[in-house]
Design a protein around this ligand. Structure first.
Ligand code: MRU
Length: 349
């Protein structure tokens, strides 16, 4: 499959990181040119760039943007400042492990090469960011190729949040499986959860599916159970922000409810993610930090207030789906099945 979407979520050229501003979609297709690590931090925090793999890629370029103006006469100071910039970028959003994974990868490379001149270390950081970017494109393509084997003919797939090219270097994770199924004429329909409160399903997945010419309907999140009860859903597939060593998975708020519903209706529930989303340091989902976001996202609909002034709001951005509710985890190296404690270990060799 060689087709490239008519938009690019992240690109790098001449010391500038260009991202499509995902907060303005689908109304406006605006590209932002980021030239400092502070701008990258802000773009990640405000979800201008979002989706676990995409924030890892943006963070990696952000680290390069942060270190490139640093003086080159004191290597020890340079490495110390590089670590500080990495930790600053990592503070933008806590749940998706891809961000710390990408930043750690670059910092470790710099540490291992610390006897090289600082100018060379800077080039090494940029080269690694570009490798992370290109690798993600390949991983996502392979996730689609391996996941399509799980899709029955004439499949009706329900998905949540946005997992497409916008959320990755290209192709997406769960979206890549959907795209491959469509190309192989195995897809009947996609049900798209709108994904309250920030509407990544309505604004972004619907936009990407429409551009790809894939048949879909947009539904409110709370219609998912009714759709399953009516026999309209053959499988559910989502992405992931962090997968613990036992398969427990953090993903967009509402994913856990979908997994419970799928289980109740004996519908397969799949998670698609690259190896960079699996965190072996985290034993189980209880130890994954869940980002809490501002009250305004729930008490307002855009500019319009939809709740009384001054009330308390609960707004976690993610939830944890226990591994026992996940039928399989689709990776670039094939399909992982329960017991995930074992299959994930085997996967990492
Ligand atoms: O808050 P967001 O929009 O960054 O949340 C994104 C998700 O939950 C995605 O499902 C996940 O990152 C997988 S992206 C391929």
């Amino acid at each position: 499959m060689n087709s490239v979407p008519s938009y690019v979520s992240i690109s790098w050229s001449r010391d500038e990181l260009t991202i499509i501003d995902q907060t303005l979609l689908p109304e406006k297709e605006v590209y932002l040119e980021l030239t400092s690590h502070r701008q990258v931090w802000d773009a990640i925090k405000k979800l201008k760039v979002r989706g676990a793999p995409a924030i890892g890629i943006a963070g990696a370029y952000g680290l390069y943007l942060g270190i490139s103006p640093l003086p080159e006469n004191d290597p020890a100071l340079f490495l110390h400042q590089a670590e500080e910039i990495a930790s600053y970028l990592n503070s933008s959003r806590p749940t998706a492990v891809n961000l710390s994974w990408a930043l750690d990868k670059i910092v470790h490379k710099l540490m291992r090469a610390s006897d090289l001149p600082v100018a060379t270390l800077k080039k090494l950081a940029l080269q690694t960011a570009m490798e992370i970017h290109e690798e993600d494109r390949q991983l996502c393509k392979r996730i689609g190729e391996s996941g399509v084997a799980l899709i029955p003919d004439a499949a009706r797939i329900l998905t949540h949040c946005n997992t497409g090219s916008l959320a990755t270097a290209e192709f997406g994770t769960a979206f890549s499986v959907i795209l491959h199924a469509f190309r192989q004429h195995k897809l009947n329909h996609v049900w798209v959860d709108e994904t309250r409160p920030l509407l990544q399903g309505a604004r972004l997945t619907a936009w990407e599916l429409k551009k790809a010419g894939i048949p879909f309907s947009l539904n409110i999140d709370s219609a998912a159970g009714f759709l399953m009860q009516q026999g309209e859903v053959d499988l559910v597939i989502t992405g992931a922000d962090r997968i613990a060593a036992n398969g427990d998975t953090a993903n967009k708020i509402g994913t856990y409810s979908l997994a419970v519903l799928a289980n109740r209706h004996r519908i397969p529930f799949y998670v698609a993610a690259p190896y960079s989303t699996i965190d072996l340091q985290i034993e189980n989902g209880n130890n994954i930090e869940i980002e809490m976001r501002s009250a305004d996202e729930v008490s307002h609909f855009g500019e319009k207030k939809t709740a009384p002034e001054g009330i308390d709001v609960y707004n976690p951005a993610f939830d944890i789906t226990p591994g026992e509710l996940i039928t399989a985890i689709i990776t670039e190296r094939g399909i992982l099945k329960p017991d995930y404690s074992k299959s994930i270990q085997t996967y990492f060799g």
